[in-house]
Write a protein that binds this ligand. Sequence first.
Ligand SMILES: Nc1ncnc2c1ncn2[C@@H]1O[C@H](COP(=O)(O)OP(=O)(O)OP(=O)(O)O)[C@@H](O)[C@H]1O
Ligand SMILES: [Mg+2]
Length: 267
Amino acid sequence: MAKIIAVANQKGGTSKSTTCRNLATTLKNRGHKVLVIDGDNQANLTDCFGIVSPEKLDMTLYSLMERVILEEDLPKKEAYIITRENIDIIPASILLSDIEIKLVAAMSREYVLKTIIDEIKEDYDFILIDTMPSLGLMTLNVLATCDTVLIPATPEYLSAKGLELLLRTVFKIKKRINKGVEFEGILLTMFEERTNLAQEMLKLIKESYGSDIRVFNTKIPKTVKVGEANAKSMSIIDYMPTSKASIAYEKFTNELIYGEMMINEKK
Ligand SMILES: Nc1ncnc2c1ncn2[C@@H]1O[C@H](COP(=O)(O)OP(=O)(O)OP(=O)(O)O)[C@@H](O)[C@H]1O
Ligand SMILES: [Mg+2]
């Protein structure tokens, strides 16, 4: 049975899609069966896997969710899942922008995505779901079906402050919609170790949230190589395994799977 991880932060540009992309690769490289779901109409994650013009695909997350809303049967998995580098993908396209309106009028509107995932989750070890930078109904659907929420955050004041709203939303979801949901942790991304701001924000985040949520020891450094890998639709691990961001994503994956002990032992 898969562990379902939502990658969420309603602030834009905190490395959600990049983290999904690279975590999918590091988990797959460790022998896990991974499914990624693009829950963002910007379709950045879809693009990061080299799936071009997803609006021309017969099936994307939008069409699947539309079927659930219309109470139609879902097609066989083979009809909608795309596989790249041994990672299964449910892509998104710009069409997903319409889903919010459709969801408003839907029955059990928080559970539409869950209906899709329930049919296939037995086949995977990990399901990673990328979310859009908003806490609308689409993101609530993701939070309603996930086991844990991974929060990539950049070391900026507004990013740190913005976490409050996300945490409150997750607590509400836990109370009413998805009792089992837990925080996976806060992952600092685009981190520049030597800057004062980064250190101050790390302290602020640990002080403000560290008692409720783990803050990963591993931070993902800022490097142009990440953008280059994304532009080539490659993981940073395949694009440049020696890059400090590749090493950081590997360490972060160990920390995510095995916890802090393992990471300290490996240092
Ligand atoms: N560690 C990093 N170092 C440098 N650039 C990065 C890093 N991580 C991500 N980026 C770049 O920052 C930009 C935003 O990253 P990404 O798209 O992953 O963020 P996001 O949180 O998914 O954004 P959105 O909220 O729009 O969905 C992209 O151009 C990406 O290539
Ligand atoms: Mg994104």
